[in-house]
Write a protein that binds this ligand. Structure first.
Ligand code: DHB
Ligand code: FE
Length: 289
């Protein structure tokens, strides 16, 4: 049977993608951001998953106010990197895994999570930046990807609790897939940031680090954080953190944090990064810093 072998959470700041694409990662501004991704890139290379489920949000790129799916699961064979206004990023086409994706859709929908199925989707920085951070700059992404787009752009987004429960349903779906695939789950976005209005630039280190602690050891408490609390404490875009709860739900109740990184600033955002393994499993790869 398939199984979840690791969780990888990271901010998806578009300027991180630009820094990688333009070879700026060693510049003084970016060096401390990228230093926190070196160990986890090795971890990912050793983990070498067969498939990655990437929980991300579309930033009014593929979707618009015309159609706003709360949860949209990509069942396509491939996904083109989107042009977000300055040309598509020079990154590989994202290959999908339709068979596992349809299996997840069936399992999760019959478990009463009413996903939207998407068979045509261009993926924006929310998905491609985490892939770049995790896998570097290969000619082709090393594994197929199943995108799961979550609406965190237009109120009302799903609750953190719903996201955690969906993650648990995805775990059940993966574990009932007959091929012995090793699946990594990504949660993307966050941490605290606000891109507009009076509080633009808001960062809250205390909130972010408490969220990281809770995500590891007490996800049910993290899942109880309300929309108002995200908005007040983590800024208007802090709500992206609910996507980390989908990833967390896909892992076992007990996990080990094998890597953690937090840095301010990266663009307008507090960059957070967490790598988790199931505590019960033998280490998926040798421990990293
Ligand atoms: C920034 C962060 C985001 O999560 C995003 O989607 C767009 C911009 C930023 O920090 O600039
Ligand atoms: Fe974002």
């Amino acid at each position: 049977m398939a199984r979840i072998v690791g969780g990888y959470a990271t901010s998806h700041v578009p300027a991180i993608g630009v820094a990688m694409d333009k070879g700026l990662t060693d510049e003084p501004y970016w060096q401390p951001v990228f230093a926190g991704y070196e160990a986890s890139r090795k971890w990912m290379a050793e983990l070498n998953p067969d498939v990655a489920i990437v929980v991300y949000n579309d930033h009014a790129t593929a979707f618009s106010l015309e159609i706003i799916p709360t949860f949209a699961l990509g069942c396509a064979a491939s996904y083109q990197p989107a042009d977000e206004g300055w040309g598509a990023r020079p990154v590989p086409v994202v290959e999908g895994h339709p068979d596992l994706a349809w299996h997840i859709a069936q399992s999760v929908i019959l478990d009463e999570f009413d996903l939207t199925i998407v068979n045509s989707l261009e993926v924006d920085h929310g998905l491609t930046v985490p892939l770049s951070l995790a896998f570097g700059q290969p000619d082709a992404w090393p594994c197929p990807v199943i995108p799961l787009a979550v609406n965190v752009v237009q109120f009302p987004p799903p609750t953190g609790h719903r996201c955690l429960m969906l993650g648990r349903a995805i775990r059940k779906a993966v574990e009932s897939y007959e091929q012995p695939l090793r699946v990594a789950v990504f949660g993307t976005g966050g941490m605290s940031h606000q891109l507009q209005a009076e509080r633009a630039g808001l960062i809250n280190r205390e909130f972010d680090n408490r969220f990281l602690d809770l995500l590891i050891d007490d996800p049910d408490t993290a899942a109880a954080i309300s929309h108002t609390e995200y908005l007040r404490e983590a800024g208007s875009e802090g709500i992206e953190l609910v996507m980390w709860l989908v990833m967390r739900g896909a892992l076992d109740d007990q996990v080990t944090a094998v890597h953690r990184h937090y840095h301010v600033p990266a663009s307008n955002t507090a960059v957070g990064h967490l790598v988790l393994e199931n505590a019960a499993a033998a280490p998926a790869v040798a421990e990293v810093a």
